[in-house]
Design a protein around this ligand. Structure first.
Ligand code: U2F
Length: 448
């Protein structure tokens, strides 16, 4: 890169799929704006994982402190690293930004942060530059955070035995969402460290120059229309799976040739995202259901969890099953053999499944998972939640049979094909996502 026309500081929330989703957006922007330098600030661990040897002319990774004490050993408390990291902000990012400015020789003219990093608002204001926030989850989860205060006061006033099943009908587009679907930290678990940060985020996002989403408008028109009245600019620019090919890790385990051997839409692909592993009893129940169903399966499961599978399961199903520690998920879902996704309902997985028209069985665990799976089952009708709420042998078997069935299964498959078609249209020329991306390019282009 010869001349740098402007310099954008990108700040990642270094957990789960957040940094890779942000890097996907930045790669797309960097390709369309070759003279703009993007300094990508995240922790060393996260940068190592997502850049993994990839080099870009105008994206430079910078490591910032994770806030953990020297020699810290993870002992199972997932909140600890998040809390330590949040405490280290914004100082760690300020230091990283100074380093990036010194190296580029150009001052930062815009902040592009994960929306979770709401300090971006004040930081950008102090620097006199725009703040662009990237929301990695679905529009309905964004809506919940924007409406946290009205939700808290309305829900606080409800005094009935069936409170958990009451819906959020007082928020546009959310009439099917129940109180029990809300992420922790909205009306309960307020003590969680991230709860306070997300409340602040909901209050700060209206000040952002733009809020960018990996979604597309037509999937949630009412919610997006409402968000547009509360935020300065809402730019849905996805689904990323259809807009820009990400450098997927190689198919080291041979998932794709294995899928080639199976009939169309016959395989269940099982994945619970980047960090979550279901409890041992649920892993065992899921394996039992898969075995009883007779369905071919491809399972992305960390090595250390395999000991929880029932004895002999792997051997008994070896002719129709494959277990890998990581699958090239985009290519897997795009493969014609895959007919079902069994998921924790992380937003990226859901949107990828929509992008390739694979109906879902949802076992939500935490955060936005319950909201996402409610949308899948009751709004878009492109999958089901497990009837027992958790993975049991009978409930999972029933869900698999339903998805494969000629009646309900066919209906779900038809619905998801329609959604897929609207997603393809959104990213096509003149589509809503394509136009929103152009607006984002203009904002980026005007930063100097
Ligand atoms: C958090 O979700 P996760 O990162 O755990 O899960 P997803 O949003 O579904 O994203 C998983 C990504 O990892 C990829 C897959 C998705 O892009 O294609 N992947 C893969 O390539 N191979 C594998 O074997 C397994 C996964 C959080 F937990 C959720 O609640 C949020 O909705 C989400 C987004 O904010 O982040």
């Amino acid at each position: 890169m010869t001349t740098i026309s402007s310099h954008i500081a990108v700040m990642a929330f270094p957990f789960n799929s957040h940094p890779s989703a942000l890097l996907n957006l930045v790669r797309r922007l960097a390709a369309s704006a070759p003279t703009v330098m993007f300094s990508f600030l995240s922790t060393a661990k996260s940068n190592h994982a997502i850049f993994s040897g990839q080099q870009y002319d105008n994206i430079r990774p910078y490591d910032v402190s994770d806030g953990l004490p020297e020699g810290y050993a993870f002992a199972g408390n997932v909140h600890e690293p998040v809390e330590a990291f949040m405490k280290a902000t914004p100082g760690n990012f300020k230091a990283g930004m100074q380093e990036a400015e010194a190296e580029a020789g150009v001052k930062v003219g815009c902040l592009l942060t994960d929306a979770f990093l709401a300090f971006g608002c004040e930081m950008a204001e102090a620097m006199g530059v725009p703040w662009i926030a990237f929301w990695t989850s679905c529009p309905c989860a964004l809506s919940v955070h924007i409406h946290t205060d009205p939700i808290r006061s309305t829900v606080g006033d409800i005094d009935t035995a069936d409170k958990a099943e009451q819906t959020l009908k007082f928020i546009p587009g959310m009439s099917k969402i129940q109180i029990c679907d809300l992420p922790e930290g909205i009306v309960d678990h307020l003590e969680m460290p991230i709860a306070h940060a997300l409340h602040i985020m909901g209050l700060k996002l209206p000040e952002a120059t733009a809020v960018v989403l990996n979604s597309y408008e037509e999937i949630d028109l009412t919610i997006i229309t409402d968000l547009k009245t509360k935020l300065k600019k809402v730019l849905s620019v996805g689904p990323s799976a259809l807009t820009f090919s990400s450098p997927s890790k190689a198919d080291e385990s041979g998932c794709l040739p294995w899928l080639d051997k199976h009939k169309a839409a016959s395989v269940a692909y099982i994945s619970f995202g980047t960090t979550l592993v279901p409890p041992p009893s649920e892993l065992a129940a899921l394996a039992e259901a898969i075995e009883a169903s007779g369905i071919p399966y491809l399972w992305s499961l960390p090595d250390y969890s395999r000991r929880h599978l029932p004895q002999g399961f792997v051997e008994r199903t070896s002719t129709r099953g494959m277990i890998v520690s990581w699958a090239p998920q985009l290519q897997v879902l795009a493969h014609t053999s895959v007919g079902i996704l069994i998921t924790h309902s992380g937003w990226n997985s859901i949107l990828e499944s929509i992008s390739y028209a694979v109906p879902m069985i949802c076992r939500p665990y935490f955060a936005d998972n319950m909201l996402n799976s409610r949308m899948v089952q009751d709004v878009w009708e492109i999958g089901v939640r497990l009837e027992d709420g958790i993975l049991t042998k009978s409930g999972t078997l029933k869900a698999i049979q339903l998805l494969l069935s000629d009646h309900k299964g066919k209906e779900l498959r038809e619905n998801i094909r329609l959604l897929q078609a609207s997603a393809v249209k959104a990213v096509g020329s003149d589509g809503s996502s394509a136009k929103n991306f152009e607006t984002l390019e203009e904002i980026i282009g005007s930063c100097s």
